[in-house]
Design a protein around this ligand. Structure first.
Ligand SMILES: CC(C)(COP(=O)(O)OP(=O)(O)OC[C@H]1O[C@@H](n2cnc3c(N)ncnc32)[C@H](O)[C@@H]1OP(=O)(O)O)[C@@H](O)C(=O)NCCC(=O)NCCS
Length: 621
């Protein structure tokens, strides 16, 4: 006789059906019990295990993310078992603090290997699956991740069968011959939504991230509210793809607008490749039986060569803090464990090796109360490094983008101070000097966020495109390169003396400006990671006359192609928007190009000449 509640699809498997309470009684003392992941955690089985009147001794529950399945009461864990976890979500944090749970800092991609070797022993696996199909296959649904590896090792597999678990496509099917017991459940699949973002800073970071993502990129968007927020600003991009350990409901709008075509992907072209999904019911419904999605075990998704081979692979992950040399703290912050190593390293390194790839780490500049800088001279005791500084490329805060790869300790420190919160910059600069990370004469003039909205891509009359963007003090080394490309005559016409090099102070004068009365733009070519500065233009405002003095440098092979004029127009646009009346320029009489440039600035140009210099005044209309 069938139990009335038994789903017809389970009728042929009556001999496997077991209640959660009876399944829990099968766990023996000393066993290592794997528990399925995240929103697919078999919470009915976990609850039954926790509710046993006599919990078996020395049982260890092994898991990745358990999304609120482990019982806890406020700051105290209510679990009856020891735990071994690879990720510290909120339900397990108290247990870690109380010494009931071991946190294992490890790349999630390495876990299948350790399970296969028996280094992480697994006796029993508790998982959640979909209903079986007519051939006796269930789907692991929204969580494949480390589960196939756990199933390989477990001698007893107990699965909650949930009719609401979507059938995902890919390597996510398991034949019922591999599952010993089935516990039917009829509960909604757990949803997890990132907390709504109202903080303006998060939006700014998201916009900076989006500004780096080009059409045709393949994305890895790690867990965390900031990386997921960035997806909102990609709605004008084309042909993006997904190759990511995890996906969330933040992909839905891009999917609906036809942006996630995956057309440029190198591997699994057109498919959204992932290992687990965390999100809302809508996402689960979209995944259900949808061949667009391809779920793979975690060690497959994270294969370094596969990630590296993807077209323009962009990895976006979040950090809790960073020191001035670029060491990334992302699993333990201020003495507490949050999250885990996950696959941050694999995706960052993969993106770094991908053609046109971009590894991006983002963080808020301060803690939520605004009291502490997350960019620190040194990480504090109780803060762990997950990503070594050598692997860090882009770092984004709400104050801008720092690019650290290949930079010296000093260059990194300056770049990171520039994106720190302004109220901590003076202190950080002092700390950097104390630690020998910054020259003693280093100053930082700009206390604002990097104005990404001031960037312009311009096409010159020779057809070549340049990015004209505000200069930052991190541009110092590249500005010095530009200087050394100039001819002796160019140096003389720009600096009015025959200098052979630029001191730190002089080079800072060309890029380290306050953006209130002093402004500098640079023109660059090439990808941001290897950009070359081919032009620089600046103005210095005299508040008493409301006129600004301008000066320009254009790399010799770019002179005569309209770059000087383009830079002048850009300076003028910027100055006019700030109510500045006009420009003045001091020009050597033999500097014909600069004279033409100045005269063409606007309709009202007056020149005066003394013995050595031409004084040009340009009043904007
Ligand atoms: C002056 C300088 C910034 C001009 O930059 P550029 O990219 O060559 O300028 P453009 O190509 O936009 O040309 C600007 C004007 O100079 C003219 N010009 C170009 N080459 C010229 C030449 N050999 N002789 C006379 N005029 C010339 C152009 O025709 C243009 O005028 P137009 O708009 O009436 O045609 C650049 O030559 C330079 O860096 N010089 C060395 C540093 C310097 O002197 N800086 C100025 C100190 S204030």
């Amino acid at each position: 006789m069938l139990e009335p509640a038994l789903h017809p699809a389970l009728a042929p498997y009556q001999d496997k059906i077991i209640s959660a309470a009876n399944a829990a009684k099968l766990i023996r003392p000393g066993q290592h019990v794997f528990v399925g992941t995240a929103c697919a955690t078999p919470r009915t089985l976990v609850a039954a295990l926790e509710n046993l009147p006599n919990p078996p001794d020395d049982v260890e529950l092994v898991h990745f993310i358990t999304t609120d399945a482990v019982p806890h009461r406020e700051r105290w864990s209510a679990t009856h078992y020891r735990h071994r976890t690879f990720f510290v979500s909120s339900d397990i944090r108290a247990a870690v603090k109380q010494g009931l749970a071991e946190y294992v800092p490890i790349s999630i991609a390495q876990i299948p290997k350790l399970m296969a070797l028996g280094r992480i022993p697994i006796d029993v696996a508790l998982i959640q699956v979909s209903l079986p199909d007519e051939f006796g296959y269930v789907s692991l649904g929204i969580s494949v991740d480390v589960i196939p590896a756990a199933l390989e090792r477990a001698t007893r597999v107990i699965a909650e069968v949930n009719p609401l678990m979507p059938r995902s496509m890919g390597y996510s099917t398991v034949h019922l011959s591999q599952i010993h017991h089935l516990t039917p459940v009829d509960t909604p699949v757990t949803e997890y939504l990132h907390p709504a973002v109202k903080v303006e800073a998060v939006e700014r970071i998201a916009r900076y991230i989006a500004s780096l993502i080009e059409d045709g990129s393949t994305l890895h968007i790690g867990l965390g509210r900031i990386p997921n927020e960035a997806l909102k600003y990609l709605e004008d991009r084309r042909d993006l793809g997904i190759h990511s350990d995890v996906i969330t409901d933040a992909i839905i709008p891009l999917l609906e607008k036809g942006i996630l075509t995956g057309r440029k992907k190198t591997d699994q072209r057109g498919k959204i490749v992932t290992s687990f999904a965390i999100g809302n019911r809508r996402l689960y419904d979209i995944i259900n039986s949808n061949p667009l999605f391809f779920f793979e075990p975690i060690d497959m998704v994270c294969r370094p060569n596969m990630i590296a081979s993807q077209h323009k692979m962009v990895s976006v992950t979040q950090a809790f803090a960073m020191d001035l040399t670029g060491q990334v703290c992302s699993d333990q912050f201020e003495g507490e464990y949050y999250g885990g190593v996950a696959a941050q390293g694999e995706f960052l390194r993969g993106a770094a090796r991908s053609p046109g790839g971009k590894p991006i780490i983002c963080l808020l500049s301060t803690t939520d109360d605004g009291e502490t800088s997350r960019i620190r001279s040194a990480l504090h005791a109780g803060e762990g490094v997950v990503i070594p500084r050598a692997d860090v490329h882009y770092v984004i805060t709400e104050y801008g983008i720092a690019y650290l790869f290949g930079k010296s300790i000093r260059e990194r420190a300056i770049a990171l101070i520039e994106v720190a919160h302004p109220k901590f910059r003076a202190w950080l600069l002092e700390e950097a000097k104390r630690l020998g990370y910054a020259p003693t004469d280093q100053r930082l003039e700009n206390l604002h966020a990097y104005p990404v909205e001031e960037e312009r891509t311009l096409t010159l009359k020779n057809g070549r495109a340049v990015l004209v963007r505000p200069a930052t003090s991190s541009d110092a080394a590249a500005i010095r390169e530009l200087f050394h490309h100039l001819s002796k005559n160019d140096v003389y016409t720009r600096f009015f003396q025959r200098v052979q090099g630029l001191s730190n102070r002089e080079v800072q004068r060309l890029c380290n400006l306050n953006y209130e009365t002093e402004v500098a733009f640079i023109a660059t070519t090439g990808p941001r990671e290897h950009e070359q500065i081919v032009g620089q233009a600046c103005y210095f405002l005299n508040p008493s006359t409301n006129l600004a003095e301008t000066a320009f440098i254009v790399e010799p092979s770019w002179q005569g192609s309209g770059l000087g004029s383009a830079l002048q127009r850009r300076l003028m646009e910027h100055a006019k928007a700030r109510g500045i009346r006009g420009f003045i320029a001091e020009i050597l009489p033999e500097n014909k190009k600069m004279i033409s440039l100045a005269k063409n600035c606007c309709d009202h140009v007056a020149t005066e000449r003394d013995e050595e210099t031409l004084h040009v005044t340009m009043i904007f209309g």
